[in-house]
Design a protein around this ligand. Structure first.
Ligand code: FDA
Length: 306
């Protein structure tokens, strides 16, 4: 219930204005966001890679409304990849891309071309690209674009969300040799018709999907902070004889940082999703929705303005 209220607020321009200008926001944003521009993102990236972690850098922003904005997002990613290359960080880097930021909602072919240009730039510096998954109305389009990109860039990563009822079937489809698939629970408010609603059903689906991916020939990327699911991931790696370089764990910047380092120290590949930019509102609200303890922040922010 609380989760859906916060996710609904993530689409409200009024609440966005209140949160963006609240005195508490800066500290919370700093916890979850690695900077406002490329230079700050590179500094955060260097700190993470220096601690033995790998990264997937995300330029914050979604639901682009104009072709000009979409071209600006593409240019930002090209500059980011150039920066990662120059800083010597590319080999430990992936970039996460939201197709809606590249114009997917109004021009799918143009979004595909922008994503292709980002894949070319990533390949030229030795990094990879993963297509974030957004709400369920975009799943088919995102998977179509993924398949188009994989013709020339087979290492392009997919994201599948365990809360969707369709995801087991998608896991079977994408569990092909070399296929990079990030499995996460899913962060959007989705209707009962397409998504499991209870935490236990989502967890069970996550485990069924994890079993498919870990037993298949692809490269699973287990994106969760959930201690139980991480333990099951480690167990399946042993059961299916997967070496540490044959799958990876992923977590979000600022969430369970000690656990991130612990898993890296155990010898696992641990990739941190590192968002940066000024358009942090939607991302931050999804993080708050995941953890009721964080919601106190929202209440304080609203009270201080109201
Ligand atoms: P869950 O939310 O149940 O959390 C388990 C435990 O982790 C909590 O009890 C708490 O201890 C800790 N925790 C989790 N979130 C926290 C937070 N915000 N603050 C503090 N502690 C927290 N989703 C999506 O729809 N599309 C996508 O493309 C992606 N991409 C993605 C990449 C990566 C690398 C990660 C880790 C996650 C995503 N997600 C995503 C988000 C994902 O779907 C999900 O919403 C979050 O990871 C939270 O789910 P958990 O599996 O961590 O479990």
């Amino acid at each position: 219930m609380l989760r859906s209220v916060i996710l609904a607020a993530s689409r409200s321009a009024t609440i966005e204005r209140l949160v963006a200008t609240a005195p508490f926001s800066r500290d919370v944003v700093r916890r979850f966001v690695g900077g406002t521009n490329i230079d700050e993102a590179l500094t955060a990236a260097a700190a993470l890679t220096g601690a033995g972690l790998t990264i997937s850098v995300d330029h914050l922003g979604e639901d682009t409304a104009t072709p000009e904005q979409a071209s600006t997002v593409r240019a930002e990613y090209l500059a980011l990849l150039d920066g990662l290359g120059r800083a010597g960080l590319a080999a430990r880097s992936d970039v996460s891309v939201k197709l809606s930021a590249l114009g997917q909602r109004f021009d799918e072919p143009v979004a595909t071309e922008h994503a292709r240009a980002i894949c070319v730039a990533a390949a030229s510096v030795g990094a990879t690209v993963t297509l974030d998954m957004e709400d369920h109305t975009t799943t088919d389009s995102t998977l179509d674009i993924l398949h188009a990109l994989r013709v020339e860039h087979p290492d392009t990563g997919a994201v599948l969300q365990a809360y969707l009822r369709r995801t087991e079937a998608d896991c079977r489809e994408l569990a092909t040799p070399g296929s990079r698939v990030r499995l996460c629970k899913g962060a959007y408010a989705e209707p009962e018709s397409v998504a499991y609603q209870s935490a236990i059903d989502v967890d069970k689906s996550f485990v069924r999907c994890l079993n498919i991916l870990m037993s298949g020939p692809g490269y699973p990327m287990l994106a969760t902070h959930d201690p139980r699911l991480i333990a099951i991931g480690e167990d399946r790696a042993r059961w299916f004889d997967r070496a540490p370089e044959e799958f990876e764990f992923q977590m979000l910047y600022g969430v369970r940082p000690a656990e991130q380092v612990r898993l890296a120290d155990e010898g696992y590949t641990m990739r941190i999703y590192l968002p940066y930019g000024t358009d942090w509102y939607g991302y931050l609200m999804r993080r708050l929705a995941e953890r009721p303890a964080n919601v106190a922040f929202l209440g304080r922010a609203l009270r201080s303005r109201g």
